[in-house]
Design a protein around this ligand. Structure first.
Ligand code: 4NP
Length: 154
C-alpha cells in the first residue's frame, strides 16, 4: 500500500504529516510506503521549512532529508491513499484526477475522524503554529494508523 500526503508547498504540513504517519505505521509494523508532494512547484527540490524540521526533531522525527516535489498525474495511479491537508488541496487534487481516481483522495482530518477540517497552514505563522500543526497531525496520524491496521485485518 502506498500513501501520499499533499499540501500546497510540500515544505510545511505534508512533510510533517509524512514523517509523523511513518512513525505511527512503523510502531504498528504496517508495511506501507509513504511520500509527500505539493500542488504548486514553487519549492521543488527544497528541504522542508526549518521550523518544520525543528519541531519534528524536537519530537524525535527526522524530516531534514525530504525534498519538495509537485504532485503529478501518475501519482493518482501509484498511490492507494492520497491525503489532502486542507480543502483547497482537496479541490485541486480532485480537479487534477479522473473520476475513477477520486475515491483515493481524502481530506486528512476527516479520514482521521476529526471532522471536515483543514490542517491550518503555518507558513506565515510562528513556531507555536508549527507546534500546533505537529500536535494535530500526531493526533490524526494515531487515528489513521489504527484505521489502516483495522482495514488490513478485515
Ligand atoms: P505548506 O505551506 O503548504 O504546508 O507546505 C506553505 C508553503 C509555501 C507557501 C504556502 C504554504 N507559499 O506560498 O510559498
Amino acid at each position: 500500500m502506498k500513501i501520499l500526503m499533499v499540501c500546497l508547498g510540500n515544505i510545511c504540513r505534508s512533510p510533517l504529516a509524512e514523517g509523523i504517519l511513518r512513525k505511527h505505521l512503523e510502531l504498528l509494523h504496517l508495511p506501507y510506503s509513504i511520500d509527500s508532494a505539493g500542488t504548486i512547484n514553487y519549492h521543488s527540490g527544497s528541504a522542508p521549512d526549518s521550523r518544520a524540521i525543528h519541531v519534528a526533531a524536537d519530537n524525535g522525527i527526522d524530516i531534514s532529508r525530504l525534498a519538495s516535489r509537485q504532485v503529478s498525474k501518475s501519482d493518482f495511479e501509484k498511490f492507494d491513499y492520497i491525503f489532502a491537508m486542507d480543502r483547497n488541496n482537496y479541490k485541486d487534487l480532485i480537479s487534477l484526477s479522473s473520476r475513477e481516481q477520486h475515491k483515493r483522495i481524502h481530506l486528512y482530518l476527516d479520514f482521521a475522524g476529526l471532522g471536515q477540517k483543514d490542517v491550518p497552514d503555518p507558513y506565515y505563522g510562528n513556531r507555536e503554529n508549527f507546534e500546533e500543526v505537529f500536535e494535530l497531525l500526531d493526533r490524526a496520524s494515531l487515528q489513521v494508523s489504527a484505521k489502516l491496521l483495522k482495514n488490513k485485518n478485515l
